[in-house]
Structure formats: structure tokens, C-alpha cells
Write a new protein. Structure first.
Ligand code: FES
Length: 111
């Protein structure tokens, strides 16, 4: 079944931070209830993926961002923040991705 795109007014759009706090080539973690989300600014495009590595319980926000790839700080798996793909073992499972938008200078994520 094909998923519907999020509605503009949908209450699942959550404000995470101000865009000025997420400059290009940076990333940060956003926690909300059970969700741990990694936000990354790649050339002024904002991407959001799961922050927890799919190999073990490591926070990718404490890893390294190079281009559009984030490297896990624990065992070095790399993931693409654009589509969540796991590119290097030991992680084999991709990260979930979340739609993002910028509204009034704030970064919002659809959770
Ligand atoms: S916890 Fe991330 S690669 Fe092992």
C-alpha cells in the first residue's frame, strides 16, 4: 500500500530546533518520547533519520558526518542520511527516514 504524503496542517509535524542551530555540514539529535531522531543539514537540505544505529545501541549524533554520510562512533558503519541506507557492515539494516520542512525558521520533522 502506498503511503500518503503528510498534510501541511498535520499535527505530526514536530518542531525540533531553529534552522540557525543546524548550519550546513552539521547534525544534531532530537528526542521526543520514544523517538530519537538525527537531523543533518547537507548543503542547506535538512534530512532526518533514526539516531540509533541499527547494529547496536549507539547514538549516530555522536559519530562523524562527512558529506551525506554519517559514521557510527562504535563500530564504524556508515549510513546515508538522504535515504537511510546502511553502506558498511556490521550494520545491515537501513535507518528509518522522516520528512522534514522549514517553517518560520524552524526545522520540523514529520514523526
Ligand atoms: S553500533 Fe553502530 S556499527 Fe556497531
Amino acid at each position: 500500500m502506498e503511503s500518503k504524503p503528510p498534510l501541511e496542517s498535520d499535527s505530526r509535524w514536530i518542531t525540533t530546533c531553529e534552522l540557525r542551530d543546524l548550519p550546513p555540514s552539521s547534525m544534531k539529535r532530537f528526542d521526543r518520547k520514544a523517538n530519537r531522531i538525527l537531523l543533518a543539514n547537507i548543503d542547506n537540505q535538512i534530512f532526518a533519520v533514526d539516531d540509533t544505529c541499527t547494529h547496536e545501541d549507539a547514538s549516530l549524533s555522536t559519530g562523524f558526518l562527512k558529506g551525506d554520510l554519517v559514521k557510527c562512533p562504535l563500530h564504524g558503519s556508515r549510513f546515508c542520511v538522504r535515504d537511510g541506507r546502511a553502506l558498511e557492515e556490521p550494520a545491515e539494516t537501513s535507518l528509518n527516514c522522516y520528512p522534514t520542512r522549514v517553517q518560520n525558521g524552524n526545522v520540523e520533522v514529520y514523526i
